[in-house]
Design a protein around this ligand. Structure first.
Ligand code: ARG
Length: 458
């Protein structure tokens, strides 16, 4: 395609240099935003008398035509164009003749690309928020179904205290809720129109930047033209929020992988989200969870890559910034794909509550409650802790558990032990006793469920 910018330079760049320079392979996905932005620009130029009102109308309907043809597939993007902005302008000019050449008045590709990217990411952020809400709903439904099912809670991956499976899942709802908050925050700062900053310094034409921003649904305009064209914080903020989101999905993935192992067998992922092995017929591999865990590293890479690209750039626009798109698109695509698989994977997951319960019974996760029992009877906590430790050691040596140790044996350690001890170390009672706000008792878990339900309704 002939270069629209041929002037001082002849425009006959080397073939490989063209390849390096070109962004059409990855920015063609911005065509809708590019055309929407151009329609608003044409309307503003007409309203301000920079071009004639009929010209503005003709440009807008010409652009509508290009959009409709691209949407229907009647027109496809010419991959030999340098970028999507050049392609759309060239196509418009092919259709309208010289009038098409007026569109780029009081504009530069520098503010144009910043605009397109903000418009695109604004929409994608909304899509990601919907997907996160869907995953929260899937987790919430599982949490409701398992609000009373006991599992061991862990620290250091060692059985620690009994919790409900519902309580565990609700922890992830809280993480996702914060992720939504971060995305909302990023979207707020993204909601600023850079168009009209032009190449770097603004323009001598009598433009109306606020009108253009209004037409495109922006809340505000960039207050400094240099900043408007060189700011990519909105990409970095979004990617930071996505990196944290992926970290959460990765932690849950890791748990699902552990829980699906023969050693745990706490959950079974449905056939739609597991794969078999080509040689080992017994295998049921949690590939989707592993891939989400794996792709988390990739989203971190996208973020760190763009941070590194931006760190040494002088103001204002530099071509280095063309590297923003592949990184941010990859982060967005990856997060959407992972969320899209995760929600139904959680929804169809089967919890083996029998195995969770037997794991909870076998791991001395009521040892804290044994110590608390002695404290209740008047012993200082440190002494109670020590005695409980001896009793656990004895049980371990004899291959028994606290619930099954006879009272006489307890009384050999302390005369404070009495029959009511067994009620206190009963696993369910241990779980139910943790009634503090945000704790694992049924009442606490129900309060959390209510809170998340209200959040999702809003
Ligand atoms: N394709 C370019 C990008 O993605 C558009 C802006 C080009 N601006 C310029 N002055 N060459 O960043």
């Amino acid at each position: 395609m002939a270069k629209l910018w041929a002037g001082v330079t002849a425009g006959n760049t080397d073939k490989l240099a063209d390849e390096l320079n070109s962004s059409i392979a990855f920015d063609s996905r911005l065509y809708r935003q590019d055309i929407r932005g151009s329609i608003a620009h044409a309307k503003m130029l007409g309203a301000q008398g920079i071009i004639a009102p009929e010209e503005a109308e003709a440009l807008a309907s010409g652009l509508e035509g290009v959009l409709a043809d691209l949407d229907s597939g009647a027109l496809s993007v010419d991959m030999s164009a340098e970028d999507i902005h050049m392609f759309v302008e060239q196509e418009l000019t092919n259709r309208l003749g010289d009038l098409g050449k007026k569109l780029h008045t009081a504009r530069s590709r520098n503010d144009q690309v910043a605009l397109d990217l903000r418009l695109y990411l604004r929409d994608e952020t909304g899509e990601i928020q919907k997907l996160i809400r869907d995953l929260m709903r899937a987790l919430l439904d599982q949490a409701k179904a398992h609000k009373s099912d006991i599992m061991p809670g862990y620290t250091h991956l060692q059985r620690a205290q009994p919790i409900s499976f519902g309580h565990h899942l609700l922890a992830y709802c809280q993480m996702l809720r914060r992720d939504l908050g971060r995305l909302e925050d990023a979207a707020r700062r993204m909601d600023v129109s850079p168009i009209g900053c032009c190449a770097l310094a603004g323009t001598s034409y009598d433009t109306d930047r606020r009108m253009e921003a209004r037409l495109l649904g922006f809340g505000d305009i960039a207050a400094n033209s240099l900043d408007g064209v060189s700011d990519r914080d909105f990409c970095l903020e979004l990617m930071s929020a996505l990196a944290i989101l992926m970290m959460h999905l990765s932690r849950l993935s890791e748990e699902l992988i552990l829980w699906s192992s023969w050693e745990f067998k706490f959950v079974e992922l449905s056939d739609e989200y597991t794969t078999g092995s080509s040689i080992m017929p017994q295998k049921r591999n949690p590939d989707m969870a592993e891939l989400v865990r794996g792709k988390t590293g990739r989203v971190y890479g996208d973020l760190v890559g763009l941070l590194a690209t931006m760190k040494g750039l002088p103001l204002a626009y530099n071509k280095d910034m063309q590297e923003d798109k592949e990184a941010v698109f990859d982060a967005v695509d990856t997060a959407k794909l992972c969320l899209g698989v995760f929600a139904p994977m959680i929804r169809t997951m089967h919890a083996r509550t029998d195995n969770m319960l037997s794991a909870a019974r076998g791991g001395f996760i009521n040892a804290t409650d044994l110590a608390d029992y002695l404290v209740k009877k008047g012993l200082p906590f440190r002494d109670a802790y020590k005695i409980s430790g001896w009793i656990v050691a004895k049980c371990l040596a004899e291959g028994t558990v606290l619930e099954d140790l006879p009272l006489e044996e307890y009384r050999a350690f302390s005369p404070l032990f009495a029959e009511d001890l067994y009620g206190d170390i009963d696993i369910r009672a241990c779980m139910e006793r943790r009634v503090s706000e945000g704790g694992t008792s049924l009442a606490s878990v129900e309060a959390q469920i209510k809170q998340i339900e209200e959040f999702l309704r809003a």
